[in-house]
Design a protein around this ligand. Structure first.
Ligand SMILES: [Zn+2]
Length: 225
């Protein structure tokens, strides 16, 4: 069957549902964001809102490689759907045009999806005062997280990489997702990430050879300018 393009309205709905950011790493650059079919399009032969998840290109690759599991994708979808539930309750009961997704609908979707794009107030950008809202801090933290994964991969191999493990350990340590951590805790977060990089096998080896494991915040900032 020929694949129909994703309707623009539906695409917009998914962007809004996920606050226009990747639910796995917080990436908000629209150039890298894409809409992912949770159950493969080839299998369901349809575009349905309940089966769509926003993700950045990086995490999309991780989903394809099952580094991010289906369970984690489903969990992210569930959270995104329920993040604005108070708003959705305020909508009038105009649910006559809602499709229930039970795996049997293979037909046209475009004009039967309940599009909620009118409620533009659900747009959720980075939270003010957090690392996610501070471009320089955010970019540097991403640099360190990437560096950690790069070093870890050298240690365990691509197949054994478990990206969510590191994100979860940050969350455990700081009580929030990395980009929701307050700007004021940037120094502690950086120290934590650098320590973790330095304690990988590659990190230790490089340190012993007096090679740098990462750029400093100032170096990274001036490079980005
Ligand atoms: Zn991502």
């Amino acid at each position: 069957m020929k694949r129909k393009p994703l309707p623009k309205k539906l695409e917009k709905e998914i962007y809004q549902q996920f606050g226009s950011q990747c639910p796995f790493c917080g990436e908000a650059d629209v150039n890298t964001l894409q809409v992912h079919h949770i159950i493969a399009h080839a299998q369901v032969q349809a575009h349905h809102a309940d089966n769509l998840c926003l993700t950045c290109a990086n995490c999309h690759q991780k989903i394809e490689n099952e580094v991010i599991t289906l369970h984690e994708v489903a969990d992210a979808k569930f959270k995104a759907q329920h993040a604005h539930s108070s708003l959705s309750k305020q909508r009038p009961a105009d649910s006559g045009n809602v499709l229930s997704f039970n795996g049997t609908n293979t037909g046209v979707v475009a004009n039967t999806v309940n599009v909620t794009t009118k409620s533009s107030s659900v747009k959720q950008g980075p939270i003010f005062g957090t690392i996610g809202a501070n471009l320089e801090q955010r970019n540097y933290v991403k640099h360190l997280i990437d560096r950690y994964h790069e070093f870890k991969q050298a240690e365990v191999g691509k197949k054994a990489m478990k990206y969510p493990v590191f994100y979860n350990s940050i969350k455990r340590e700081f009580g929030a997702k990395w980009d929701h951590i307050p700007e004021g805790a940037f120094g502690s977060l950086v120290a934590f990430l650098q320590r973790r990089i330095d304690s990988t096998q590659l990190g230790k080896a490089r340190k012993a050879r007096q090679e740098k494991n990462y750029a400093t915040f100032d170096e990274h900032r001036s490079k980005a300018l």
